[in-house]
Each structure stands twice: as structure tokens, then as C-alpha cells.
Design a protein around this ligand. Structure first.
Ligand code: NAD
Length: 544
């Protein structure tokens, strides 16, 4: 009745390969890029393990070269979405009874495939599909996903172990059956991390759930290849059903289905709030109260104290703000710098940002590439144009953009007089860093400003030397972020080291890459077995 607990291999973080000139990994990746760039992949829906080519085609292009088609995607219609749900519900009967060790073994095998023979394939597809440099692809689609699968397998074991009740008096046996949720889990994933895309459906699956995975319209190629990789690792048909399709149509059908057991979402705050409202409006039709897990937007900050390490601050602003074109939920996007510090670093900072190379990620000399699509390009350049017109703003780096070949935007820094200017407050999700310069004596006031500005609470950092200032910031900013960094950039959380997630408008803070997330996908049954049941219904107190 109670599952055996045998530990899977102790997880360790996957080392990040360097792709230095002449290295083996660089040769392999270049060869794979050359191969994939010549292909136009036909991407089907995958339902109950079968590839369904619907003929309703959407083309996928490279953001850095939007005239270049890399895939033709067969979009799901209502029929396919319903078939995917039915397939998940049918597979639930088999998968929910499979021993957890067997489920974990599949994802441990997937992690080995990704770490070895499939690494170049998945990294190349992430580079071409989402315009990541080799380094950004390596830390995302290889290392982070390998870590998710390895660590989640170990967390799964811990949950089976920890959920057992501590006491069974001699006449009885208490146990806890760690059941998956009843129904299907709907996973809705963002474009910006291939690792997150594969982790959302697979973390629920590790705990015995089956579901429907709706990938982002901007990452079909890498996500499809990851789906195939999981199948090659032994994932049985129907456990995860891959459904590229129009978001609102897929969402409406899944959310109004009576067997919806959970939503595993990562994406923007607006979309998540609307999904939550739709779920609430459907509650009467649902068999269970669904688990709602959502990691959403951010307006991530750096606060510098006058006594900070200035060079470390400069590097954190540059890397934190502009790597992957600022398209990380954790990217630094507002910085509060004391006057004396800004005075000292401004020229160096601008000179260093001017050295950032931008272009096609297939040219490894480029440090950043294009933003994801036209909609995003227009949104980001709108902020830049308004700042150019605003007398309270000064653009000190970048400001230029060009979408004739790819969606390229220069790394842009806006110095804002008003600490609540729109670019200090709203998520832009692009290579735009806003800086507010404050009087050196106003550190405590600026911490309060930081806490009150923006609806988000995802990540943030403090740069200071004297420990008292660090402690002051830790206290003042206690609820301003779910991940807090001391003398480090606010990006780059590592699975198994800094569980990731934010609160307020940034999500339900269920900490991806930790047991807390996996706990949301189980619904334990407490079982008491009595060996000596009473045979007399009376108690002593009512006898004469
Ligand atoms: P998005 O919100 O535009 O899309 C996310 C997913 O939701 C996509 O699959 C999209 O198709 C789907 N979607 C959109 N409308 C829907 C609907 N009506 N019903 C069902 N699904 C729907 O986000 P994006 O542009 O892909 O990613 C960027 C956003 O994600 C940013 O806001 C970023 O901060 C956030 N993000 C957060 C984290 C985190 O861990 N907090 C991580 C990565 C990205």
C-alpha cells in the first residue's frame, strides 16, 4: 500500500559548457546549427503518442531573421484539444498507478539524453527559435532542464518519504497514499525558457499526473524537440499531450472541462489573472478545486548603497539588464543608484554597454540578439520613443532599433527623474534598463520607494558593503521579491540552489525547482488500518 522508497541518484547541477573556440561542444553545436537552419520542420500535435498533422498551418521564423521559416506548425482545432484531454484522462489510469521510481527513471533518462547525445540539437533549436546565444541556450535548454529533471526526481522521493505519518500505535497502521490529482493538468508555457516549457508538464507528470501541454507560439521548434526527447526516454503515450494551438481556444476548452485538476502556468500577469477569473467562473462545473500554480511577470530591481562595490554593480546592471535581450522574468529593469556612485560609474557603464555586440546568434561573437517578435518589438520601442520625448528622461545608452531583418533593439538605458516613471514601474520585457539617481543620504527612503513601486515582487538585489545596510534592505524589502540577491545580479537562479518564484503580481510563489512545487501536484489519502477493532459500542462513562 505504501510505496517503497529507494533513493534515485543524488542530484548534482549540470556543469555549464564554455563553447570556447576549438572546443568539441562548439564544433558539435555549429554543425547542428548548420543542419537545422536548412530544415523546415513539420510540427504536428502529439495526442496519445501519435503525431497529428491537421493541415492548419502556422509558420515559425527566426526572430533574428524573420524572413527565414524554420517550421510549419500544424495547429490544433477543438477536436484535437478534446482528444488530448481524453487521452490524458485515459492515460491517467495507467500512469497514476505506475511506481514513482519508474516515472522518475524516465525523466532521469531524459536528463542523460539531454546532457549527452541530444544537447547540441536542443541548444541549436533554442538558439534558432528563440534567438539565444550559445551561452544563454546552454544555461537554459541544457543545464536548467537537466537540473529540473534530476532534482525533481529526488524531491519526488522526499515527498513519498516525508508525507508518511510519524506514529502508528501498536493496534493500527497509519499511512499516507501519495496520489496524483484526479483529472488532468493543463500546462501553459512561455517562450523565453525551453527549460520552463518542458518542466511545467513534466513536473506534474513526475508526481503521477497526466495532462495537456500548450506551448508558446514563439517556441514551437525547441518545445516539439523536447517533447520528442521525453518520448524517446520512454514516456508512455498520453501522459503529456502536445497541443500547439490558438491560446484562447485551447484555454477555453481546458478551463471549462469538468476534469480540470490543475493549471501549471508561466507567463504574463495579465494572462494568468484572466485564466484565474475564467476558472472561478467555471467552478460549479468542475469536479475538483483545481490547483492553480502561476509564475508571472516581474519588475526586478537593484538598489545600490553609496558604499557598494561599484564595478560589481556595473557588471550586474549590464548582465542582469541585457543578457537574452532583457527577456527574462528576472531581468534587472529598474536600478536605484546614489548620486556619488552614478557620478563615478556612469561613463564606464555607458562605454561598456556600447561594447555589447548584437546580431545573429549563429555568429558567436554576438553577446545579444533579437527580441522575440513584432508585437514585442513594437511594445518595447514604444517605451523608448516615449522616453525620448519626455523631458524627465535621458537616454544614456542605445535608443536605436531596426526590424528590417530581425527584431533588433539596442541595449537602452533610461535615466528617469521620476522614480515612478512608466519604465520604472511596468514590465517591458526587453533590453531596457531604467535608472533613478537618488541623493546619497536617502537610502532608507529609496528602499521604501522600491517596495511601493510596481505591482510585482519577483526578484531584486541590494549592493552594499557595511552589513548594517544589507540588513536594513533585507527588512525593508522583505515582501518586495521572492528571490533576493546580495551583491549579485537578480537573475540566474539555479535549480537546487535558489528555488525560484515571486509573490504579489508575480505569481503564486510555488518555487519551481523545489519540493514545494511538486507538492501542488499531489492529493494525499490518509489511511488508518485498525488491527483490533472494538466489538462493544458502549463507553465506560454512561454505565451505572
Ligand atoms: P504570455 O503571457 O504572452 O504567454 C504565456 C503562455 O500563455 C503562452 O503559451 C500563451 O500562448 C498562453 N496564453 C495566452 N493567452 C492565453 C489564454 N487566453 N488562454 C490560455 N493560454 C493563453 O507570456 P510570454 O510572452 O510567453 O512570456 C513572457 C512573460 O512570462 C513575461 O511576463 C515574463 O515575466 C513571464 N515569465 C515569468 C517567469 C517566472 O518564473 N515568473 C518565467 C518566465 C517568463
Amino acid at each position: 500500500m505504501v510505496n517503497n522508497v529507494v533513493a534515485p541518484p543524488t542530484p548534482v547541477n549540470e556543469p555549464i559548457l564554455g563553447y570556447l573556440p576549438g572546443s568539441e561542444e562548439r564544433k558539435k553545436l555549429k554543425a547542428e546549427l548548420a543542419k537545422q537552419e536548412c530544415e523546415v520542420l513539420e510540427i504536428p500535435c502529439i495526442i496519445n503518442g501519435e503525431e497529428i498533422f491537421t493541415g492548419d498551418i502556422v509558420e515559425q521564423v527566426m526572430p533574428h531573421n524573420h524572413g527565414h521559416v524554420i517550421a510549419r506548425v500544424h495547429m490544433a482545432g477543438e477536436e484535437e484539444v478534446n482528444a488530448a484531454i481524453n487521452s490524458a484522462l485515459e492515460a491517467h489510469k495507467m500512469w497514476s498507478c505506475m511506481p514513482w521510481e519508474a516515472r522518475c527513471a524516465i525523466f532521469l533518462k531524459a536528463s542523460e539524453l539531454l546532457a549527452g547525445p541530444r544537447r547540441a540539437e536542443i541548444n541549436a533549436s533554442t538558439m534558432l527559435n528563440q534567438s539565444k546565444t550559445c551561452h544563454q541556450a546552454e544555461i537554459d535548454s541544457a543545464c536548467e532542464l537537466i537540473d529540473f529533471w534530476r532534482f525533481n526526481s529526488d524531491y519526488c522521493r522526499q515527498i513519498y518519504e516525508d508525507l508518511q505519518p510519524p506514529v502508528s500505535p501498536s493496534s493500527m497502521w497509519n499511512s499516507s497514499e501519495v496520489r496524483p490529482l484526479e483529472g488532468f493538468v493543463f500546462s501553459v508555457t512561455p517562450f523565453n525558457f525551453s527549460s520552463i516549457a518542458a518542466n511545467l508538464p513534466s513536473s506534474a507528470a513526475i508526481m503521477g499526473n497526466t495532462g495537456v501541454w500548450k506551448p508558446s507560439r514563439n517556441s514551437y521548434v525547441s518545445n516539439y524537440r523536447l517533447m520528442k526527447l521525453m518520448m524517446d526516454a520512454g514516456l508512455p503515450a498520453g501522459v503529456i499531450n502536445f497541443i500547439p494551438g490558438k491560446a484562447s481556444m485551447v484555454g477555453d476548452i481546458c478551463i471549462s472541462h469538468p476534469e480540470l485538476a490543475g493549471i501549471h502556468f508561466t507567463g504574463s500577469t495579465r494572462v494568468f489573472r484572466n485564466m484565474w477569473k475564467d476558472i472561478a467562473n467555471n467552478l460549479e462545473n468542475l469536479r475538483s478545486y483545481p490547483r492553480i500554480v502561476g509564475e508571472t511577470g516581474g519588475k526586478d530591481f537593484i538598489v545600490a548603497h553609496p558604499d557598494c562595490d561599484r564595478q560589481a554593480l556595473l557588471v550586474a546592471m549590464l548582465r542582469g539588464g541585457f543578457e537574452y535581450q532583457g527577456q527574462k522574468c528576472s531581468a534587472a529593469s529598474r536600478v536605484y543608484v546614489p548620486e556619488s556612485v552614478w557620478e563615478a560609474i556612469k561613463d564606464d557603464y555607458c562605454a561598456e554597454v556600447a561594447k555589447i555586440t548584437m546580431g545573429d546568434p549563429r555568429d558567436f561573437a554576438n553577446f545579444i540578439s533579437a527580441v522575440i517578435d513584432k508585437k514585442s518589438f513594437d511594445n518595447i520601442t514604444g517605451y523608448i520613443d516615449r522616453a525620448k520625448e519626455d523631458p524627465g528622461c535621458e537616454i544614456v545608452t542605445g535608443g536605436g532599433y531596426d526590424d528590417s531583418v530581425g527584431y533588433f533593439i539596442e541595449p537602452t538605458t533610461i535615466v528617469c527623474e521620476d522614480s515612478r516613471y512608466e519604465s520604472m514601474e511596468e514590465e517591458i520585457f526587453g533590453p531596457v534598463l531604467s535608472v533613478h539617481v537618488y541623493p546619497d543620504t536617502d537610502f532608507e527612503r529609496i528602499l521604501e520607494v522600491c517596495d511601493k513601486t510596481s505591482e510585482y515582487a519577483l526578484t531584486g538585489s541590494i549592493f552594499a558593503t557595511d552589513r548594517r545596510h544589507i540588513e536594513t534592505a533585507l527588512k525593508a524589502l522583505r515582501y518586495s521579491s521572492g528571490n533576493f540577491y546580495i551583491n549579485d545580479k537578480p537573475t540566474g537562479a539555479v535549480v537546487g540552489q535558489q528555488p525560484f518564484g515571486g509573490a504579489r503580481g508575480s505569481g503564486t510563489n510555488d518555487k519551481a525547482g523545489s519540493p514545494l512545487n511538486l507538492l501542488r501536484w499531489v492529493s494525499p489519502r490518509s489511511i488508518k488500518e485498525t488491527f483490533a477493532p472494538p466489538h462493544d459500542w458502549t463507553y465506560g462513562f454512561h454505565s451505572e
